[in-house]
Design a protein around this ligand. Structure first.
Ligand SMILES: Cc1ncc(COP(=O)(O)O)c(C=O)c1O
Length: 474
């Protein structure tokens, strides 16, 4: 016998094994559903009468099964409130929580994520209430491929004010994360007469793969202490290059800011050679030591496709990013977007637009900047000067990560990562970021955005111990 039944408010499929007998079979099925989380704490169960009718048992049998599970602590019964799954149930403490990875590290200093525990939940909820309270029915329908007018309007104003981006709403296309914006542009370049894209080396290998899968060839563009070698772009090795992807505000992963001469070289290459600059401004909001470095797009709006994202300021789960395009690309990119996924989810766009318009987004970014700056300061202080620590910390002026250079002759990347893993600390080395083969400098990319506040200081204790710096917890 296999039955399916409905509780008040939740649908649940339970398998009642006939070999167990009626009452035992029902008990087992409910116990299993509670243990493995299909029936959540405080879920209200049906009355004995309703359940008896549904599973074809007597009311007494169902009542006896409930009583047994109440005695075991799986269920609770209150007069007038019926029977519910208990708040804390036996066996649940050691059973895996949905979404919790038992192999997760104790401390996580890998780059790429913000502190998601700082998500502005209250402001997001208030904005959602306002937006849905006022939204016309069309907000729930298909929307424009380029994104909602509300968000594009809010972004045009915000990006001009905070990042020096020259944009009118008509040039903005909202995308599902940076990764989709990159893929859409790469497809257009791949179909052009110059189908290669130059990408910073070192850089994110995932993004190189995205570009290759879009059909374009990837050519490495070396990075030095002044940022990407944009001065090389006019040379013969880059003749096939139709576009270059750069992270000018805070190179990923080296952390350098693109030198003004290199910004100039980039704009000149694009202007004279007809190439496209794809500007990845993934953490441009977080600049600590000076005024934010404005976007390259502001100095060459007819050559640069600017991409910003909410992944660092709010959270990667939103999958919200924005492209500011040169006029000739608005039509082709919008068409490619339409044929990829119609458009990015619309309600989140309206909520973000509301947050930006009311300056709640500014307030949130400002408070994050203060918090991350404090973290950055603590990290730099704990690592100490290179003369004492033996490691060189680079890329501290901005963003959510620094590059810790490992000196030759000391432990290499693999050794540091292994020592860290043995202490429950997740770190990321530079190794996977190189495109060109060869003997590259050794380094660890330390992301200080990820840990929740309470875990940050102990994470740094472990990091300094792993790097052999005095004061670390061994
Ligand atoms: C270099 C770089 N660019 C862009 C992004 C943002 O990507 P997305 O908007 O797809 O989350 C990240 C996120 O970690 C990044 O590291």
């Amino acid at each position: 016998m296999s039955k399916q039944w409905a509780t008040f408010g939740v649908d649940l499929h339970v398998e009642i094994d006939p070999a167990d007998g009626r009452r035992n079979g029902l008990e087992h099925a409910l116990r299993d559903a509670i243990r493995d989380g299909r029936l959540a704490p405080r879920t209200k169960l049906p009355s004995t009468r309703a359940l008896a009718a549904e599973v074809g048992m007597s009311r007494g049998t169902v009542s006896a099964a409930y009583d047994q599970l109440i005695a075991e602590g799986y269920l609770t019964a209150r007069r007038g409130a019926g029977t519910s799954v208990a708040d804390v149930t036996p066996g649940r403490a050691d059973s895996p929580r949905p979404g919790h990875d038992p192999a997760a590290p104790l401390y996580d200093l890998r780059p790429g994520r913000p502190d998601v525990t700082g998500f502005p939940t209250a402001a997001w909820l208030r904005a959602t209430r306002r937006v849905l309270g006022a939204a016309p029915a069309s907000a729930y329908d298909y929307g424009p491929a380029e994104g909602t007018a509300e968000l594009r309007g809010a972004l045009a104003e915000y990006l001009g004010r905070t990042r020096g981006v020259l944009a009118v709403p008509g040039q903005i296309v909202v995308t599902t994360g940076y990764v989709q914006a990159l893929a859409l542009l790469a497809r257009l370049v791949a179909a052009s007469g110059r189908p290669a894209i130059a990408m910073e080396d070192p850089g994110l290998s995932f993004h190189r793969d995205v570009v290759r899968r879009a059909g374009a060839e990837v050519l490495p563009l070396p990075v030095d202490e002044q940022g990407a070698r944009t001065d090389l772009l006019g040379g013969p090795s880059y003749e096939k290059v139709g576009a270059v992807v750069v992270t000018p505000a805070h190179q990923y992963p080296a952390g350098v800011t693109l030198h003004p001469a290199r910004r100039h070289a980039l704009a000149e290459w694009a202007r004279h050679g007809g190439g496209l600059v794809i500007e990845d401004d993934y953490d441009g909001e977080f600049r600590y030591d000076r005024q934010p470095v404005g976007a390259v797009q502001g100095m060459a709006p007819d050559q640069v496709a600017y991409i910003g994202t909410a992944s660092k300021t709010l959270g990667p789960a939103l999958r919200l990013a924005w492209l500011v395009l040169l006029p000739r690309l608005v039509g082709p990119v919008t068409d490619a977007k339409l044929h990829t996924d119609h458009h990015t989810e619309g309600l989140g766009q309206l909520v973000l637009a509301d947050l930006i318009r009311r300056h709640d987004y500014d307030r949130h970014v400002r408070s994050c900047r203060i918090r991350y700056r404090r973290r950055r300061d603590l990290l730099v202080e704990r690592l100490g000067p290179p003369s004492l620590s033996g490691v060189a910390v680079r890329g501290v002026a901005a963003g959510l990560h620094v590059l810790v250079g490992l000196p030759p002759g000391g432990p290499d990347e693999a050794e540091v990562l292994a020592r860290a893993a043995a202490r429950g600390l997740a770190l990321e080395g530079l190794a996977g970021h190189w495109h060109r083969k060869g003997d590259h400098p050794q380094g660890i990319i330390v992301g200080y955005g990820t840990p929740p506040e309470s875990a940050y200081s102990p994470a740094l204790d472990t990091l300094t111990a792993v790097l052999g710096i005095a004061g670390g917890r061994s």
